[in-house]
Write a protein that binds this ligand. Structure first.
Ligand SMILES: Cc1ncc(COP(=O)(O)O)c(C=O)c1O
Length: 451
């Protein structure tokens, strides 16, 4: 039998950026190897084609009598149906378009009539928005973690259990149907943060008995600024309007506002029709893929990556549970003796490889895994190939054996090659001091309770 490590595996579907050449510090260029799909995935070609087709019709939504406006409105409303079909939403569900998963979960959080139970492994987007939050510390096995959730919900009722579908740090997939049954047994609803699950697995909320699902277009190969919340209508019809403004009301007088029901209630302001159409185009394209083949592609590349990393000295792969049955194509690791930021800067500067480093907006989880200083994350997408994986492993092997061949220095938490002779394309230009998190400013100390 041919080993996974020796069999070539091509990209699964055409995405933008596959022709991208990036400069290297030592001179010359190479093809970009994108291992940062879990943060922001490149656009599927089917998505960019749809946007180009729709662009001439771009106009106001729900606001104009002109032909283009009617076409834009139809595109926007048709997208609701497409997204609902994609996630198996039933007729009592409502599809609310948002900016991203964070926006969707904040919207839902303002509508929840009671406590929300969460695990401590969550991305901050599924941790901080819940006002009446009860955090359960995950155990070292998934089975024991589920027991802890059961105990928490037995001890005190909650309105909602909010869980991630797949960890953005380890890629481990949670047993959603089992957790939905658990929540419902205790009279709670379940919300799934699908940001990392939906790009990798078919999610049928009716079959799983999920009450709410949130995900982001930009992680689903539709990077045009739209996200979505799909779920039960009653809380969303009665909850606090996400934004106050035009389009979210039935009537307004100076003293009184009659808010519209969902979804309009939460979609004030001019809608992002191109973002929403892009999201729908991605859903259509992915629904048309052979799911078994898509999963086989991801599994093959993930295994190749995990096996390759395991063979290198001093590399530790992170996981939460010893018994997690499956994971999506996200692999997070540390390199002994090297700052994660230095590793990421080296991979980019000397090898043209893009990864994410840091704490992945999951500070409590990284701290609990003993990596409060962060780690490196390589995430696989539809445009990834075995050649990309081999380049990443070879680059890490060189780092482990010989170290980098350039200098790297940290400046306010952001690692850079020193000097960095790589030019930026003219359309952007290089602006010193805005490339890293330091540019976002260092906030004041806070605690989770501040969230
Ligand atoms: C699991 C998970 N949830 C939520 C988010 C937030 O997504 P967004 O930044 O699109 O709002 C992310 C982003 O990385 C994520 O990985």
């Amino acid at each position: 039998m041919t080993s996974v490590l020796s069999r070539p595996c091509a990209p699964f579907a055409p995405v933008s950026g596959t022709e991208l050449q990036v400069p290297l510090v030592q001179g010359g260029t190479c093809a970009y190897a994108n291992f940062d799909c879990a943060a922001s995935a490149p656009a599927l070609t089917a998505v960019t084609d749809r946007i180009s087709e729709l662009l001439p019709f771009y106009s106001s939504v729900h606001r104009g009598a002109g032909y283009a406006s009617r076409v834009s409105t139809a595109a926007y409303e048709k997208a609701r149906v497409t997204v609902a079909d994609f996630v198996g939403a039933q007729t009592d569900s409502v599809v609310v378009f948002t900016r991203n998963t964070t926006d969707s979960l904040n919207l839902l959080a303002a509508c929840v009539p009671g406590d929300t139970v969460v695990l401590d492994i969550e991305h901050h987007a599924n941790l901080l928005p819940w006002r009446d939050r009860r955090v359960v510390v995950a155990a070292s096995t998934l089975a024991e973690t589920i027991t802890r959730l059961d105990e928490e919900l037995t001890t005190k009722p909650a309105a909602l259990l909010a869980v991630t579908g797949a960890s953005n740090v380890t890629g481990e997939v949670l047993p959603i149907a089992e957790l939905a049954a658990l929540a419902h047994r205790h009279g709670a609803r379940i919300a799934v943060d699908g940001a990392q699950l939906v790009p990798h697995r078919r999610v049928d909320i009716a079959a799983l008995d999920v009450d709410y699902l949130a995900f982001s277009g930009h992680k689903l190969y539709a990077p045009f600024g739209a996200g979505v919340l799909v779920g039960k209508r009653d809380w969303l019809d009665l909850g606090q309007p996400h934004l106050a403004g035009g389009g979210a009301v039935r009537t307004v007088s100076i003293g009184c506002t009659d808010w519209a029901p969902a979804p309009q209630r939460h979609e004030a302001g001019t809608p992002n029709v191109l973002g929403v159409a892009a999201l729908a185009a991605a859903c259509e394209a992915i629904a048309g893929f052979d799911d078994a083949a898509l999963q086989a592609h991801e599994k093959e590349l993930s295994s190749r990556l995990c096996e390759g990393l395991a063979a290198l000295h001093g590399i530790e792969q992170l996981h939460v549970w010893a018994d997690a049955p499956e994971r999506v194509g996200i692999v997070t690791f540390t390199v002994a003796g090297r700052d994660p930021g230095e590793v990421a800067a080296y991979l980019s500067a000397e090898h043209g490889i893009g990864v994410r480093d840091g704490k992945f907006c999951a500070h409590p989880l990284l701290a609990r895994l003993g990596h409060a200083a962060g780690a490196v994350r390589a995430s696989i997408g539809l445009g990834s190939s075995s050649a990309d994986v081999d380049r990443l492993i070879d680059a890490l092997a060189t780092l482990v054996e010989s170290g980098p061949s350039w200098n790297y220095a940290e400046d306010a938490g952001w690692w850079n090659p020193v000097p960095d002779p790589r030019p930026f394309p003219e359309l952007v230009g290089r602006v010193d001091g805005v490339s890293g998190p330091s540019a976002a400013g260092v906030g004041s100390p806070c605690t989770l309770a501040d969230g």
